[in-house]
Design a protein around this ligand. Structure first.
Ligand code: GLN
Length: 449
């Protein structure tokens, strides 16, 4: 009830939700109230949660904020993460706005509505999980799920002053997450505190038969890593994350955060991740190539909308896709199709894969000596609605510090570390860990927080 009350009070301004599941949620909550079970046996008993609209929910509209799926009112199954949340007895409040098919950094690419940053509604909430971050920041739900392909959990968490985790690739099942770039996508929790975040990840992690890329690695109790102790821990601080283009006030706040950790007994050194500068170009080749293949399934036949103007089969494909996809999605499909076409494959796609390996090796090397890597989450704070939407390249450059983490497959979290003195918008601190070592990432984030 509190959740829906808060949504009623605030969502006219914030515009975070695309679909509310009020009747169902009330029924579920009532059943939990009346159930004669020990609530302590269920880690999320009765907790309201919001879900990014690219995670499939049985019987509940799932659109990816795209016109092509705007009539997908009755999906046939639940994503694995949704099943796991149901088993933990949380209550799904509804589906949250995003950039269409998770392509974007501001949620302005949604074909449905423009979500606003709760700290100042002139500003974007970040993206692509902007609805999830804004909803948590506005106090509508205590937790939300997002997805992160190149920063889409961490960057909006940073812009909205909340906590967002991208787990190790393979940690969380992608079954039922509508695929954007399958070798990069991971689902992650957005919450108000590090402890909440650890508790949600405990629930949604683990190997899944339905996703062959989910890893057979034990899931530790992340919440037990929150000791508050970071004595002797070794932090690497890449100089590339503090270069031009990264706002000086953002740099200053991150340095202050490092001091806090130093006072608690952690040690830090400046290091180099020399291939970081190629990350944005590499990512946009790989992500667009994978997207062009993944989005081939939206053809007017199997899912979603079919053009009413089509007179024959070819027109059905062409018009359904022309009418159904927005501009950014089309741009990515064209870029990806080009990069994969014969004659260009070696020069673009294959080259990008090779550089991806170099970027991963940069991290491998640093992690031989250090426990975590720390830097800003994004080069700036949130920007104003409309400010960058006409300029895709500036928008892409915004992902410069989050993208290497997806390319390497390692986990990364964003935690709030203060406000920008000029626009008063939140700043995010990014903590990056070794493969499958989310525990240390949470440990450091919690000690700082
Ligand atoms: N902003 C990046 C992009 O547009 C990342 C998106 C994401 O992580 N889903 O591709």
């Amino acid at each position: 009830e509190e959740s829906y009350k808060r949504i009623n009070e605030t969502d006219d301004q914030i515009q975070a939700f695309l679909t509310l599941d009020e009747e169902n949620a009330r029924e579920q909550a009532k059943a939990l109230d009346e159930a004669e079970v020990d609530a302590n046996q269920f880690p999320l008993f009765g907790m309201p949660i919001g879900i990014k609209d690219n995670i499939v929910t049985k019987g509940l509209r799932t659109t990816c904020a795209s016109q092509i799926l705007s009539n997908l009112d009755d999906p046939l199954y639940d994503a694995t993460v949704i099943q796991k949340l149901n088993d933990a007895k949380s209550v799904n409040i509804g589906k949250l706005n995003m950039d269409e098919f998770a392509m974007g950094s501001s949620t302005e690419n949604s074909s449905m509505k423009t979500t606003r940053n709760p700290w100042n509604t002139d500003y974007v909430p970040g993206g692509s999980s902007g609805g999830s971050a804004a909803s948590v920041a506005a106090g509508q739900v205590p937790f939300a799920l997002g997805s992160d392909t190149g920063g889409s959990v961490r960057q909006p968490a940073s812009y909205c002053g909340v906590v967002g985790m991208k787990p190790t690739y393979g940690r969380v099942s992608r079954f039922g997450l509508v695929a954007f770039a399958s070798s990069l996508d991971q689902i992650g929790p957005i919450t108000r505190t590090v402890e909440d975040n650890a508790r949600i990840l405990e629930v949604i992690s683990g190997q899944d038969q339905m996703d062959s890329t989910s890893a057979n690695v034990d899931v530790p109790k992340y919440s037990e890593a929150l000791t508050g102790d970071v004595k002797g821990l070794k932090i690497a601080v890449p100089k590339e994350y503090f270069r031009e283009g990264v706002d000086e006030n953002v740099q200053a706040k991150v340095k202050e955060a490092l001091k806090v950790l130093e006072e608690q007994g952690a040690e830090w050194d400046e290091v180099s991740l020399p291939h970081s500068k190629y990350a944005v170009a590499t990512y946009y080749m790989i992500a667009s190539s994978e997207a062009s293949a993944n989005l081939a399934r939206f053809d007017g036949v199997r899912y979603g909308k079919r053009s009413e103007k089509a007179k024959d089969m070819m027109e059905m494909f062409n018009l359904s896709r022309s009418e159904g996809f927005g501009e950014e999605v089309k741009r990515r499909i064209m870029l990806g199709t080009f990069a994969l076409s014969s004659g260009y494959y070696d020069a673009y796609y294959k080259k990008a894969q090779q550089v991806r390996t170099l970027i991963k090796q940069d991290f491998d090397q640093i992690f031989e000596e250090y426990d975590v890597v720390i830097g800003p989450t994004a080069p700036t704070t949130a920007f104003k609605v409309g400010e960058k939407i006409e300029d895709p390249l500036t928008m892409y450059a915004n992902d410069i510090i989050t993208i290497p983490v997806n390319l390497a497959g390692v986990p990364g979290i964003s935690v709030p570390c203060g406000f920008h003195p000029e626009n008063n918008m939140p700043i995010g601190l990014q903590i990056i860990g070794k493969h499958f070592d989310e525990s240390t990432v949470y440990q450091v984030a919690h000690a700082y927080e």
